[in-house]
Write a protein of this length. Structure first.
Lengths: 255, 255
């Protein structure tokens, strides 16, 4: 078998662009959405940044994140208004000129034919860093953009989701990070030693501990993560047995 | 009157620490919560990063963010289990030793007196970077931590919220960023010129444009932001008049 592309960990970063997230006006929904989609592609979301609609902030983040991850995804700032500066900032980060993409122009002409026609603001959405490809948007005309390892998506979550959908299966990844959750009505601080001993005994697995209070009771979900299905099963059984031996019945699938 | 501390913009960064956010398992709620609270203190959330439970990632982010903002807030990774490494990582970033805080130990002894007593894992939650103060936690015993301009909060959103609550009014800020929203059943691309012309005419204001689809119709909310109440009112009236002159009735407060 030997080492294949599937044996290494593929990573992505996400850059969320928008004053509305930083002001608290809008609850972000793209981090979780992009994270879950990436995992299905066998790519791990390694880091996220949220920056304002400000060119220097975007340029700094793009340079840092695209350079050290296999992929960079961005959300937000690709609409028709003055505060949509993502394309210009990413082009600046890459030292590329901004050009009108002919196919993007056609798509917008078609989309706006029955909606008042293509004006100057709408034509802004055909602007791309030179050399870019388009990402299909079946929802609202204006396409997403790929340039190198950077994927530029809309900020509106359901449009970003449609763009991810059209990218499904087109991006190289490795083995998926699998996870199994077991829940327990116990304070995590009572079983902390058990958790770390179990993790140490299963080198290919990580165990995360997520406590909660519900119905006036303390509990925790323990999430075992690994790319190897056999290892994750072994680690989960071991953890479950240890917890039950301590008198804490486990609930498969979590609470 | 002259220039006072209130005339400059105070900024904070937020560092969200946790594999569970990057895996998509948990939908982040702390970004919006911290953003809204900061704004009430007259502090602007300038940037956010999300990193994994990995010391190097936390150290890099803490050094970058605490250095260029007035404040850094962190959420997550301060519990009793092996994956809770925030205190050690922040101490490492600041080149400080980790010590047991005597008052934190007392608080935990008291809290766990009726809950099985203070074991080694629970005592981990009394560990702080040397020289730190505590942030009260009325919810679950284990306190938050302040060291220099860094505020270390719990990851569970309602506990983080209680810690913010206990910090209310204790942190220096400037003038609040105010915002007024007007909604309009119009495609933002039809009024893009109006938005940018209005923004240019009101130098102390920014206008954000947030499009949506609802009930099969296209609309947008326009958010005018400024620290000056008179300026924001002038800009909002101007924008509303311009939109209505174009035949787009506005809905005060947004749609």
């Amino acid at each position: 078998m030997g080492t294949s592309a599937n044996d290494r960990i593929w990573t992505a970063a996400l850059l969320v662009i928008g004053d509305e997230i930083l002001s608290g006006r809008t609850q972000d929904r793209n981090i979780a959405q992009v994270a879950l989609w990436l995992n299905l592609q066998g790519i791990r979301l390694a880091e996220v940044r949220v920056v304002a609609d400000r060119q220097e902030a975007i340029v700094e983040a793009v340079r840092a994140l695209a350079g050290r991850n296999d992929y960079l995804f961005t959300t937000g700032g690709i609409g028709p208004t003055h505060d949509d500066i993502t394309v210009d900032a990413i082009a600046a980060a890459l030292d590329l000129p901004v050009v009108i993409h002919p196919r993007a122009r056609e798509i917008l002409e078609e989309y706006y034919a029955s909606r008042g026609g293509l004006n100057e603001a709408r034509l802004r959405m055909a602007r791309v860093p030179e050399g870019a490809d388009l990402i299909e948007n079946r929802m609202s005309g204006a396409p997403g953009i790929r340039i190198g390892n950077i994927y530029i998506l809309a900020g509106v979550p359901h449009i970003a989701g449609m763009m991810l959908d059209s990218l499904t299966g087109t991006i190289t990844g490795g083995r998926r990070l699998l996870s199994v959750t077991v829940g327990c009505w116990v304070a995590e601080s009572e079983v902390a030693d058990t958790l770390s001993a179990t993790e140490r005994a299963h080198a290919a697995c990580q165990i995360g501990s997520y406590p909660f209070f519900r119905d006036g009771r303390v509990g925790a979900n323990f999430v075992v993560r690994s790319t190897d299905p056999a290892m994750i099963e072994a680690c989960t059984s071991d953890l479950s047995e240890r917890l039950e031996l301590l008198g804490h019945p486990i609930i498969e699938g979590g609470i």
